[in-house]
Write a protein of this length. Sequence first.
Length: 236
Amino acid sequence: MQWIAFYGVAGLFLTSTTGVSTEQMLAKIFGVGGIAFGFAAQTTVSNLISGVILLLAAPFKIGDHVVAGGESGWVLEIGLMHTYINTDKHVRVLLPNAKILSSKIVNNSQLVARKVSITIACPETEDIPKSRKHLMDAASEVDEKIKKLVANMEPSHKDYKRDPKTWRFGGVEGRGRPLHALKSASVSLADIDGKTVKWNIEAWAPNSKMVQVKDMLIEASLAKMKEKCISCAATQ
């Protein structure tokens, strides 16, 4: 309160020495203050309404990995005004709910299974049908490993902890592809640019094993091609 009194006295002193009336000065001060307060109130109300919508619509929950409001990370806390996110670089960010709601929200954790995709580039001189067969053999080996991963996994969603069978067969909240019915891996010709032939290899994996399965696909594909004396490389 001391700084308010100080500036108030200073303002009155200036009005008396510059010839500006006290009434005019106060009107200007409260006019500007009113505008500032209006903007602040508008932002507050916008965040509050957005927070209620986020809580009711529930596009994500605590612990989910999301991309929203220009940030990518794990949801730590969902409040009425702000949402706390621990980013991929392990930085805690406070996002206004209005910013989140006005942006595209990507929830990477909501579905129980997701598609993993890699690209393998091989010399254009290699036989295309043979290359396809070798890569398909590698992808099929990874498929078998994925089945073992699923068999050994424990349900992480609270609604399925008591019934692992329901968890594996029903997916998360009945949405998405259940783990017992994952599609088989596939190999398709992506591009031929004159020097290299690019192959797209896809497999379905449990959400929590995405990185592991991607590594398995790359390792198995390159190892299989090396075994067949074909020089290849994984590309982005």
